[in-house]
Ligand binder design. Structure first.
Ligand SMILES: O=C(O)CCC(=O)C(=O)O
Length: 260
């Protein structure tokens, strides 16, 4: 790896994101794609109307609803592989915990537009959002399975509040809409094999187009108050733990849940 941990840590803390090109090799991506496509096909069948009308993502990929035991073990081993844990450890000081996974794809309706947001805006009002971005954050690890147009991010907004343009567009104030362009946005094109790490609470949007299918894993610092977002069914079953080479990401979530 060209970048060392220290550089990754300072890029993340200064900008709110970093990208590592060609981090995964073709064999790793092809094995992951096989499992994810199984999930995606089963999920689409089961959510036909939602998929046709408005969906642009699914979640709970590691859960038991659509993937069988062995595929879930493969996925857990990918998520907590040495390669990924090296990066997780470079951005998170201590005890990173697994939150969830999401899968991003193109909406069926070609007129549906991508939109700016901070993840926290769906759970907090504006005053609380100002507070949340100063506190422990959730980190997205985005792994594109096909080449895609990528993400657009506003660097630095993991730590700073919106300027007027950003706020009006993101919150759809003063007649603005969240799909408009932002002069502060930075487009990050992504290819299969790249890894993009970014703060969930920075201003961002996915860019629809090409054959996008991207796996996002969400990780939080155990000191943050996020355990309620972890779904029990998405954690490894007890018998799976011994089949996972380094299960500490999941163990931290299991321990937090047990503490209640
Ligand atoms: O790719 C997308 O459509 C949106 C991605 C996103 O908002 C996220 O990962 O939080």
């Amino acid at each position: 790896m060209v970048e060392n941990r220290c550089q990754l840590n300072s890029s993340y803390h200064e900008q709110g994101y970093f990208v590592i090109r060609d981090y995964f090799n073709a064999a790793e991506i092809s094995a992951l794609r096989k499992v994810i496509l199984k999930f995606h096909e089963a999920w689409k069948k089961d959510n036909e109307q939602f998929y046709q009308e408005e969906a642009f993502n699914s979640s709970l990929i590691t859960g038991s609803q659509y993937l069988a035991y062995d595929d879930r073990v493969k996925l857990f081993n990918f998520i907590s592989s040495k390669k990924i844990m090296n990066i997780v450890d470079s951005v998170m000081a201590a005890n990173p915990a697994f939150m969830n996974t999401q899968l991003f794809f193109n909406p069926v309706n070609p007129l549906q537009k991508d939109f700016w947001h901070r993840d926290c805006q769906y759970d907090y009002d504006v005053e609380d959002q100002k507070q949340v971005i100063q506190e422990t954050q959730v980190v997205h690890f985005r792994i594109p399975l096909f080449d895609e147009l990528g993400m657009e991010l506003v660097p630095g907004t993991h730590k700073r509040w919106d300027n007027e343009e950003e706020f009006d567009v993101r919150q759809e104030e003063k007649g603005r809409v969240s799909s408009e362009g932002l002069s502060t946005g930075k487009k990050i094109k992504l290819a299969a094999g790249d890894l993009l790490v970014f703060s969930a609470d920075m201003i961002h949007r996915g860019i629809y187009g090409l054959d996008r299918l991207a796996l996002d894993m969400l990780v939080f610092d155990s000191t943050g108050d996020y355990v309620d977002y972890v779904d029990d069914d998405c954690l490894p079953e007890t018998s799976m733990l011994e089949k996972i080479e380094d299960p500490r990401l999941f163990m931290n979530s299991i321990d937090l849940k047990a503490e209640g």
